[in-house]
Design a protein around this ligand. Structure first.
Ligand code: 5AD
Length: 343
């Protein structure tokens, strides 16, 4: 019998499972992951090239109202040199990430993508925020193929209360448009915000399922320093893991990252994420002098270095995928095209 079941959708009690029933859910998710991807995980690097942000998300330390933060924009030539000459051997893909900063897109991100496209065969992901369609097109022409745009919460009222970018409807429209324009889109949501119920989390999974995504993340809420949510409680860790496992069972083929916040959310959190369905790890290559100012959660971020990432996957009996993420999506698309053409 095939352990994956495309018709799977979790129930509210699934989100709160503990003990043996939880272990069984996690084992099913792990089995589905191994069936789809073997013992390979995708290894990408992230560079956080600007922490300027025009948005004001209540959960995020880079929000524009945070005046405590020293803001920086990296130099694209320096980042390119580092990535071309000194990237870890296991890295197949690079994720270029910023606060929502149009200046950085023009001055840092676009030239960096062009250089990387010319000098390497790295797959290129971007996580930059919402922009006009022409900007997305420029990024794609330059050589990026994966756009990360999280919807954060599928509850429209909560989305607005969180001061997340624009409205939920707009965010969803951007996600759909990116996919329609040929991007591989990965999204994500936050688990464990104050007052969030298992029912609401099912709503997040339902929206993710309805969107044209190639992957999706589950981020445990971490009360961010110098944010309006600084005094809220952190996410229940078992809810986070149960959402990841449920997502894996719902979408066996998705690429699900182990986010670095897992380490702040639970003991050995990153490795636990790899045990419940995550199949993408990220080595942080943001220059050390500015890393501390890229405060999504808190200053003390537990940076996922090459050594920590490779140790975590080895300890779980996994190994780096030689096939890159962008390449994987490209091959999947051409397979899907072939099937459509011969149907
Ligand atoms: N807790 C959990 N996730 C967060 N993010 C930002 N701040 C927090 C937080 N306090 C996530 C959001 C955002 C991404 C960059 O990090 O999903 O899109």
């Amino acid at each position: 019998m095939c352990v994956s079941d495309r018709s799977y959708f979790p129930t509210e009690p699934d989100i709160e499972l503990t003990g043996e029933a939880q272990a069984a859910l996690h084992e099913r998710a792990a089995a589905v992951t191994r069936e789809e991807f073997g013992n390979k995980v995708f290894v990408r690097a992230v560079v956080e090239v600007s922490n300027f942000c025009r948005e004001n998300c209540a959960y995020c330390g880079m929000r524009r109202d945070n005046k405590q933060l020293a803001r920086y924009r990296a130099n694209h030539e320096q980042i390119a040199e580092m990535l071309i000459q000194h990237r870890p051997a296991a890295v197949t893909d690079i994720n270029i990430q910023t606060g929502e900063d149009p200046v950085a897109v023009r001055e840092v991100v676009l030239p960096l993508i062009q250089t990387l496209r010319r000098e390497t065969n790295l797959g290129i992901s971007v996580c930059l925020g919402t922009f006009a369609r022409e900007i997305y097109a420029e990024l794609k022409v330059a050589g990026a193929s994966i756009y990360i745009m999280k919807f954060e919460s599928a509850d429209a009222a909560r989305y607005t209360a969180l001061e997340a970018p624009g409205t939920l409807d707009e965010r969803v429209r951007h996600i759909r448009q990116l996919a329609a324009d040929g991007w591989n889109v990965s999204s994500g949501f936050i688990v464990g915000l104050a007052g969030q119920t298992p029912r609401e989390l099912l709503g997040n999974l339902r929206l993710a399922d309805a969107l044209p995504l190639a992957g999706c993340s589950v981020s445990p809420f971490i009360p961010g320093e110098d944010t309006p949510l600084a005094n809220d409680l952190p996410a229940p860790f078992h809810w986070t893991l149960n959402c990841m496992a449920a997502m894996r069972l719902m979408r066996p083929d998705w690429v699900i990252p182990a986010v670095s916040a897992l380490n702040l959310a639970g003991q050995d959190g990153y490795r636990q994420g790899l045990r419940v369905g995550a199949n993408l790890v990220t080595i942080n290559l943001t220059p050390e002098d500015v890393r501390g100012d890229y405060v999504i959660y808190k200053r003390d971020r537990f940076i996922m270095t090459e050594e920590r990432v490779l140790n975590a996957i080895a300890a779980e009996g996994l190994s780096p995928s030689r096939e890159g993420l962008a390449e994987h999506y490209r091959l999947n698309q051409s397979r899907a095209g072939l099937i459509a053409a011969t149907a």
